[in-house]
Each structure stands twice: as structure tokens, then as C-alpha cells.
Design a protein around this ligand. Sequence first.
Ligand code: ADP
Length: 628
Amino acid sequence: MSTPRETHGFQAEVRQLMQLMIHSLYSHREIFLRELISNASDANDKLRFLALSDPALLAGESDLGIWIDTDAKAGTLTIRDNGIGLSREEAIAHLGTIAKSGTAEFFGRLSGDQQRDAQLIGQFGVGFYAAFIVADRVVVESRRADAPAAAGVRWESRADGEFSVETIERVPRGTSVILHLKEDAREFADAWRLRSLVRRYSDHIAFPVRMQKEGATLEYEAVNQAQALWARPKSEISDDEYRAFYRHISHDGADPLIWAHNRVEGKREYTSLLYLPSQAPFDLWQREAARGLKLYVRRVFIMDNAEQFLPLYLRFIKGVVDSSDLPLNVSRELLQQDEQVEAMRAALTRRALELLAKLATDDAAKYAAFWKQFGRVLKEGLSEDPANRERLLPLLRYASTHNEGDAEDVSLADYVARMKTGQERIYYVIGENHAAARGSPHIEQLRARGIEVLLLGDRVDEWVMGQVGEFSGKRFKDAARGELELGALADAADQDRSEAALKESKGLLKRCKDALGERVREVRPSTRLADSPACLVRDDTDMSESMRRVLQAHGQEAPPSVPTLELNVTHPLVKYLDGLPPGESFDELARLLYDQARLNDSGQLEQPAEFTRRLNGLLLRFVGQQGG
Ligand code: ADP
């Protein structure tokens, strides 16, 4: 029985991806082989897993492998597996569309510059469609392990935007991918060349990749080691092999920054191989993005994206965990409640944090690269994983008033080592971005005294920093909140000055409070300001205006908080204000100072038009004075 041939159009993104690959990856054409072998290996893994609960699927053929055949005369190359196989519907769905998260993002970032785009494609993962880099016609013949021979499928495309499918009779289980090589890619029909490529790129594949013995037709031999890489002794694995294996499991074209390969013995036995990628994936910030490790039990592949083995804030770590103790029929649900998994998760989390600590110590440049890509994610750990706070704090990096620009390269240890004698707090300030934090009036005094302030340029930092208490015995202090807590940094002269200021400006403070009413909780002389006349200060426990806005945007109630206005009583404008008699001018100037402070505080005013009117009123007086 055979149904008529059906023609389908590729999804637009697939067409675009194929065109891109054909043109941009020209100089790395051989990667197609690694991608197809990787798919074949995944298909074998899946069958072996399903056969755990349904051994009949193996139908007596339990030696799973991958075979490569060439026909130099015909110019064809065939990669065959005896894995799970594809049904007609699956062939249409999987070999005609891209179902990966981050796809839209990926296409949005393409620039048209071939070299840059080639790199992006590498990061995105090329997969099956890489076949078209070397072939102008690709035929896939397959039969699912649970389907009869009559339900085989033939899929075919000439990379012209369409593919055809028809039902065929196919006895062997699994999939054959037949490449009709382009005229200029005939080198890939050469057995010698293929052997060297398999050894270079696919040695770590846990199934034998078999090719015909030289001079002996129909007699095959394995070309690769065919042993799970993580199960081999560390000392026998080269860096190149680790890197190649990373590509296989991560679909990331870039090399990892560092990895850790460990075998745990004793009460629990498992092996883990964790990698730190060098580039953030396209879907790092997508909630539903796949994450987690590849889980094996005694070398048998169980599942991809086993997310129970690492916390969310380490979602960028890729790798494999192979347990000797978990049951082969373990499910996602079981993983969630398993005590043993819980213990492994704690140990793997520690392992990953140690890996980061090692990178930070051994290679500051690489660590900086890591921080740039993943620092924001790692920071989530401060609230997600309080138990590891002591391990996380040394991994943080900040921009600082002691450095230029917005590079985040100051560690807390750096900060503490540079603290002034008598300094007891680690000061920081949060702004909409680094430049805003750097320009914050709240840190003028600290800067004037040469005290370093960490600059945080992301509003979520407010929430993150709310979770950390202290580092190395020094408490953190938001310079824009409460008292500045200068402690021993303030000397007797400072004390006298502020007492005098309070006494002298008592009248002014009260008049200002009366003019501003309920807008402010209190008006007081500032210990923070040096150049600016005024700023708003919140209590340590109050929510900032920006945070309130974030909450409100998400439809949540935010508790009201009334700030305190601090005045720089030595500032000429404030002195001028003090000299004004009660009346409209006083009230107008007081409001102007308050509005300025509010702008600095939250970037927003209650009534912008009122502010402009007041400011223009003042400017006009100034113009009048100049004219007259
Ligand atoms: P990825 O492997 O990243 O999912 P690919 O484009 O390489 O993307 O493959 C798309 C899908 O086609 C795979 O997820 C799989 O479902 C199917 N597929 C590819 N090759 C095979 C194969 N040899 N056997 C069975 N299914 C396959």
C-alpha cells in the first residue's frame, strides 16, 4: 500500500535558515556530519529509553548503532541509525518546521552580514537542515519502531522551498538520511575523509559509528570510541573531546568557558559533567525555555532538560548527570519528590558555584566574559538560594565610583580591601542605569570623602540587595536610604557641623514642611549632599518609587511610602530660600527644590506642567534682571 506523493512548503523560517546556512557556513561545511550523527545518536537514545518499558520495540535488534555508507560514483552519502524512527506525520512536522524556543529572537538578530550571521547560526544550532550545506537533494527514509513495515515514509527535498512525503514499504527500523552531494562537495563521499571527520567530531558519541572495512564490502567496523564520554577516566579525555561533546549536548557552536567532570562514590553514586557556556542562549529570559541537565541512569539516556538537578538561577549550566542509583523508569514527577535527587541537586549546585569561583580566581578575563553574559541571572540566586549566599557573594561584580564607565569588574573583596579606616558599611546606590547611579546626589558626600560606592544600574537590584545582609562582617548600606551611617568616618567636627546646621535651620525646615505638606514626611538637613541643594530619602524598609511602579504595572498593590526631604543647608539656593519672607515666592522655590529631588529620585513628577510653569517663572525673573 502506498499513498500518493504529497508536496509541502517549508515553514518560512526553515527556508530562511536553509538559505543562510548554505551561504554563511560555507567554510565549515563538514559540520553537517556532526549534526546528522548527533541526531542519529539522539534517535537511538530515545528508542533505548522507550524499550525500558516496552522491550518489544527492539524486536530482537538490540545492538543500536549508526552506519555511514558512501557511493563515490553516484556521489551519495548515507547516514543510518536503527533508533526510534519517524512516522509520516513526524517527518512533516519535524523536518519542515523549527519548533525551537528563541526562534523569533534569532531571526530578529540576523544582520545580513555573513560572518556575524554565521556565528549566530552556530549559536542557534543548525541541526538537520545542515544537510543542505553539502547536498542539493536530501532523501530521508524512515520507519518508527512501533510501526509496521508498510508504514515507512520517504521525505525528499531539493532545497527549493518544498519537500515531498510518501508512504513506503520499509523493513529496517530507524532512519536513513541520503545526501546527494553537490558537485563541489564530492570530497564527503571519500571514506578516508569521513573516517577522520567522525573521529574528530563524533568520537564521544556513545553508539558505534560504523563504516565498511577497507577493501571488504559488507563488513563494518566502528570508527569512533563508542563509549559514553563522561564514563571514561578524566585523564584520558582531551580538551578537544570535551568541547566536541559539549557541542553535541548543547547545540551551541561556541566553545564552553570551562567544565567540571566529577565522579561521586559512596552512599550515592553518580557522575556529572557540567559546562559553563561562553554565550547566553537566545531564550535565556524566556520562562518556558528548556533548561536543565541531560539525565542518564547507568549510561541509559532518560531525559533531556532534567531541571530538578540545578536551581533556576544556574539555568545557563549545560551538562550531563548519570546516576547509578535512580530507577530506570524514573519520571519527572518522581524526580520532583525524590530525596536522593534533592541531595544531588545540592551537591551539583555547590559544584557549579565552585566552578565559577575557580574561574574567577584563575582567569579574571574569562570570568568577566561570563559575568557579562550571565551575571544578571546569577544574582537571582541571592534570593532564590539563601543557603548558598556565602558562596554567591564573592562571585558578584559591580560598577563602582572607583572605576570609570559601566564595566562591572569590582568584587566585594576588592571593595572591602579598599575600605577607609573606620568605614563599617559597604555603600551602594541604585539607578535606572549605571550613569544614573553614578550621578546620584545621594552619594555626593561619600564621593567627596573618597569613599567608594558600588553602582547598581538595574531596578531589580533593589529587590536583590534587599536580600543580602553583609559580606565579610560588613553590612550593606543603600546610600539613598535612612541615615548614612558614617560611623567612625564622621569626626567630631562633622558632628558639630550637623548640630549647628540643625539649630540654625530649624525655622527653614519647618517652613518647608508647611509649604510641602503631606508630600514629605519630614524636612531635615542633609549629611549626603555636597553640590546639590536637595534630595529625597526613604527609610531602609520603604519601597522605592520605581519599584512601586513595577508592582503596579503588574497589577499589584504597593504600600504607600512618604519620603523625607533633605536640604543642603550650605547651598546658596537653600540659603536664599531661608532669607525669603513667608509668601508665594518661598512656597514656589520650596516646591521647585522638592520637584527636582523627586525627578532625581524616580524620574517622574506628579505634575510636570506645574514644574515647567514654576521653572519658567523663575527663568523669566532671571531674564528680567539681566535685561534691566
Ligand atoms: P534538533 O535535533 O535540535 O531538535 P533538528 O533540526 O536536528 O533539530 O531535528 C529536528 C527533529 O527531527 C528532531 O528533533 C527529531 O525529532 C527529528 N529527527 C532528526 N533526525 C532524526 C533521526 N535520525 N531519527 C529520528 N528523528 C530524527
